[in-house]
Design a protein around this ligand. Sequence first.
Ligand SMILES: [Zn+2]
Length: 280
Amino acid sequence: MSDINSQGKNCQPDFHSISMEECLSLPFPLSQDKREGDFQVVIKQSALNNIKKHGMQNKSIEVCGVLVGRLCKDDMGAFLYIESSIPGEYATHKATQVTFTAETWTYISNQMEKEYPDKKIVGWYHTHPGFGVFLSEMDMFIHRHFFNLPWQVAFVYDPCSQEQGMFLWIQGKAIASTIQLEEDMPEEKIRISLENLDFKSDSRQLDKRILKLEKRTRKMLYIFGILMMLVVGWLSAMTYQMLEMQKKIMIETKQEKPLQDIKEQSTEEKKQTIVKEQGK
Ligand SMILES: [Zn+2]
């Protein structure tokens, strides 16, 4: 498959082929000791905070957006300066896939016109909740088709593990690279997740689950109670029956004993009369 960038050139995107004419002259935003000779990516902490905040809002699906900034140059060459981001509203989200829809692009271009008329879309970001940092086949499809300029980058963030990675174009391949932070504001940490909607919906779901469990426990206790009552009833009925039988047996044995006595007596009497008669 051939790659065609916005300039209509058939090429394999590579940051080494960035045209200096395209770059805006700007002093490197960080101290000079952080400036290396090669193409560097600098991101503002505020932009990174927004991306992470977006990712933390829903840790069960992927979210996406675009990176906004400027392609710059100084004495040492070109560098990419990421200053902001636009969340990919109206994008379709699945657990392991994200898609920019036509509505997403309309929203992004409106935001670019309104908020960032002097800036460019310098790349895109998306999240991989819980499955690490890499670019899948589908991610590469998006990267090749929508962000194929030599200086455009892909940023992947895992809101579960807090891993992150920036990918740069080298010979048509997206290669992971280091990024440098401009600390324009402090880093926002995990507390973001405690304030967001996802946490609230999670706690609501937990409440629902607890209620369900309580209902189930009550039902089980009710059934158990009925069963216990049946068992106790059956046992007492059985005991009553046994006692009754015992009574009957006792009465019968009592009735049988005097009869036997009479019988024994009568044989005794018979014997005595026989002896008397013999004596006569
Ligand atoms: Zn992905």
